[in-house]
Design a binder for this molecule. Structure first.
Ligand code: ADP
Length: 485
């Protein structure tokens, strides 16, 4: 009798190999958390999870211990494109890297050229699809994440029943519904993927990778329970809501976790001063070090507000700039760390020029600085217009920085209003400014503020609970569990 289920987890990025955003945190930690689930939590079944990633040329290969395990070609138009598969391991988990000409040229994980990205990720998906046929041990479940890896599910669903891969069960996590990949009709036909028909999907969706992944998936997992409900509505459903409502029995929202070993202020070597919830008073050394690092006036009593993440309309940064201006009569400092939309970036720089003694706009990706900010700041703003899960608020809480978040998606599911942070309702600068006011009021009562910080730091955002929920879905899909129930 079989005692394990084999799962191939696919993503465009994963820590510690390459990180652009939250997906890398998830793909670098959830598969490991599922492998580590004790046997008693999975009915004695081992979840044998492996990770598959594109070998982007920005990934530094030295020290990764990659070895070539397979070479083959996949059809493309009237010719074919060669693929190399390399293997290494991450804390005992097999990691497969797929390489080939379409990864060597572009370099970046997301090039910014939608057509190039579609070609690259379709190629990756079909390389994985062929790998599934060639692997020694059959895979039971393929778990794709977002549009980049959705087409593996589509290719699997398009198989005739006599192909053994048609038995593979298909799971799709949705980290950001509006990012669907764009019109891939040219790429799909070049790679030999046939069109689909479905009356519940709008015509434009039939050639886009994410909708095709949703159409193919046995289980759809939006990354928080609230987002799972939101995408069923016209407001958040991006015109896929009729299809999603009709298939709501396949949808389960599961809140992401964070890797609590990597995100640990008690062991974070990059901090000026390590601390934990019992040594909160030591935290202010980090605030002072941060103010010095960014040449802000050094004063531990000034509320230090931050924003870390993609500078994007989704994240509501325009609301943040406006709300901060509204609260100019109060004492605060603001540091933004992020990159993205050039207009919003330059508005952040303009805010710094306007208030050089209060504002710093740090327009770059800087993992070390992000840690020093989580550890030194008092309040993080997350006024997202929508937020499937959001990790920054969880990381911030773990580092004793209280989140002020909009009541949407995973923000709503992870912050307790008035206890571990602050929640505001409307995506308007007025509503956000009211939230800032509430935070400033609490900040002026140090004992109450510290009490909230302690509660926030003691929240359990480890992957364990979510990994268990994912495991339950895998088990419900797998043929061996059917014999167990
Ligand atoms: P996203 O929608 O981008 O996935 P999340 O809040 O889920 O947003 O995750 C963002 C992750 O990326 C967090 O770990 C955050 O610390 C990190 N991050 C984002 N931008 C930057 C940056 N400019 N420098 C350092 N870390 C960043």
């Amino acid at each position: 009798m079989r005692t394990s289920i084999s799962i191939l987890f696919l993503a465009a990025e994963a820590e510690p190999f390459i990180k652009i955003g939250g997906l890398a945190d998830v793909a670098g930690s959830l598969p490991l958390a599922m492998r580590a689930l004790p046997n008693r939590k999975t009915g004695g079944i081992l979840l044998d999870v492996a990770l598959a990633l594109p070998l982007h040329s920005v990934i530094r290969q030295d020290g990764l211990g990659l070895h070539l395990i397979m070479e083959y070609s996949i059809p493309h138009g009237s010719s074919s494109i060669p693929v190399q598969v390399f293997q290494t391991s991450l804390r005992g988990m097999p990691v497969y890297f797929f390489s080939g000409s379409l990864f060597s040229t572009g370099g970046k994980v997301y090039s910014g050229d939608p057509a190039e990205d579609r070609r690259k990720y379709t190629y990756f998906c079909l390389a994985v699809f062929e790998f599934l046929r060639r692997m020694d041990k059959p895979v039971d479940i393929v778990h794709a994440n977002d549009w980049h890896t959705s087409l593996v599910l589509y290719a699997l669903r398009s198989l005739p029943e006599n192909d053994p891969r048609s038995q593979v069960r298909k799971v799709l996590s949705v980290h950001n519904l509006p990012y669907m990949g764009g019109d891939a009709s040219d790429t799909l036909s070049a790679f030999g993927l046939l069109p689909v028909r479905d009356e519940l999907l709008p015509k434009w969706a039939l050639t886009q990778p994410l909708p095709l992944g949703l159409w193919s998936a046995d289980a759809i997992i939006p990354v928080s329970p609230t987002y799972a409900r939101e995408i069923l509505t016209p407001e958040y459903g991006c015109d896929l809501d009729p299809f999603l409502r009709a298939h709501s029995d396949r949808i389960t929202g599961i809140l992401n976790g964070i890797d609590v070993d990597t995100w640990d202020p008690g062991r974070d070597e990059i901090l000026n001063q390590k601390f934990n919830s019992h040594s909160m008073q030591m935290r202010s050394a980090n605030k002072i070090a941060l103010q010095k690092e960014l040449e802000l006036p050094v004063d531990h009593s000034i509320p230090l507000i931050i924003s870390i993440g993609r500078v994007d309309w989704q994240k509501g940064l325009d609301l943040a700039y406006a709300a901060l201006r509204q609260k100019i009569g109060y004492s605060w400092q603001f540091i933004l760390l992020g990159t993205g939309d050039p207009v919003l970036e330059s508005e952040a720089r303009a805010l710094q020029t306007e208030y050089p003694n209060r504002v710093r706009a740090v327009i770059r990706f800087d993992a070390g600085l992000s840690r020093r900010m989580y550890a030194g700041a008092d309040l993080i703003l997350m006024p997202s217009r929508y937020e499937p899960c959001g990790l920054a608020q969880m990381i911030a809480m773990r580092y004793g920085c209280l989140p002020l978040v909009r009541a949407t998606g995973g923000l709503k599911d992870s912050v307790r209003d008035g206890e571990t942070g602050f929640i505001f309702q409307d995506a308007t600068n007025i509503s956000l400014a009211d939230g800032i006011q509430r935070a400033l009021d609490l900040y002026s009562q140090p004992a109450l503020w510290e009490n909230s910080q302690r509660k926030a730091m003691n929240e359990d955002f480890s992957w364990q609970r979510s990994a268990q929920q994912y495991a339950n879905i895998y088990l419900s899909l797998s043929p061996i569990q059917k014999s167990l129930i």
